[in-house]
Design a protein around this ligand. Structure first.
Ligand SMILES: [Zn+2]
Length: 291
């Protein structure tokens, strides 16, 4: 059966003017309609499709004797999960050394001529992927992973910054897996409608996780098993990553960061060790606590 698809247009709640799904502000009265990536998750089509996927997952888990694990994991994600952005140590240092520094995404850095594009094949893949997912507002989206710990995906950098939920909960959406994998697995090409039920706003992130992981539950599993299921990575190749991707509308400054750790078990290069040390010392000076 074909998945329902997402609608592409809203109406401004203040002046009634048509509001394209890509726009944050009403073009007529400039009312802030909220982050477009979050609005897209709250369409009837997406909410209904996500609820149906969650209900199906719950029924399957119950049938296989995992009703308790299903409900424990749902509670844990709802109450304990947050967003971790992994970044190179040098980026973390820059963020902490300069109070005016902002975490910005690839598109903005390349657009501002601050960094060079990645090699041609990677640059094309990146631009193509974010283009089919977000269109012109891709330049506003920063990426992280939904995590139950202080660590995200190590393929994005050695330093993991968990963000204070209050700073991002209204502007963050979640995708069932990382963008590259999603576009590939669902064979989405330019012009295709996106399938509904595979993305969620903050308050429904547990539904997205359970719909995804229900078939991987088994009796007797606990938190330590679920941490591994939630973020899968070989630490080397992003193509092999599988995690629930957090898509944050606009970046953040150092005040959004509540914890900072280096990738567990990895020995950092000498320069990265120094960058991390500088970032951590500034983080602590500002009142941050580390393990
Ligand atoms: Zn308006």
């Amino acid at each position: 059966m074909a998945s329902p698809v997402l609608s592409s247009q809203d109406t401004c709640s203040v002046c009634g003017a048509p509001l394209e799904a890509t726009m944050r502000h009403c073009p007529t009265c400039r009312t802030d309609a909220g982050a477009p990536n979050v609005r897209r998750c709250r369409t009837d089509e997406n909410l209904k499709a996500l609820a149906a996927r969650f209900d199906d997952a719950q029924a399957r888990a119950s049938a296989s004797g995992c009703a308790k694990e299903f409900s424990d994991l749902a509670d844990m994600v709802e109450n304990k999960s947050g967003v971790v952005v992994a970044m190179p140590a040098q980026v973390a240092m820059a963020l902490f050394q300069d109070p005016n520094s902002l975490y910005t995404n690839y598109e903005q850095l390349v657009g501002a001529n601050v960094r060079k594009p990645a090699d041609f094949d990677n640059d094309r893949q990146r631009c193509g992927t974010v283009g089919v997912l977000f269109g012109s507002y891709a330049k506003h989206i920063a990426y992280g992973a939904l995590s139950l710990t202080e660590e995200g995906s190590p393929t994005y950098g050695d330093v993991h910054c968990r963000l204070r939920s209050v700073t991002i909960d209204k502007r963050t959406s979640f995708l069932v897996t990382n963008s590259y994998r999603f576009v590939r697995d669902y064979s989405i090409v330019a012009g295709d409608k996106l399938p509904a039920g595979y993305m969620a706003c903050w308050n429904h992130r547990h539904s997205l996780v359970l719909a995804k992981l229900a078939d991987r539950l088994s009796t007797g599993q606990t938190e330590s098993d679920w941490l591994v299921l939630l973020i899968q990575s070989d630490g080397k190749d992003r193509q092999n990553d599988d995690f629930v991707e957090a898509q944050i509308y606009e970046g953040f400054d150092r005040n959004a960061i509540e914890s900072m750790v280096a990738t567990t078990g990895k020995i950092l290069k000498k320069a990265d060790k120094m960058f991390f040390k500088l970032a951590i010392s500034e983080f602590k000076r500002l009142g941050g606590t580390t393990k």
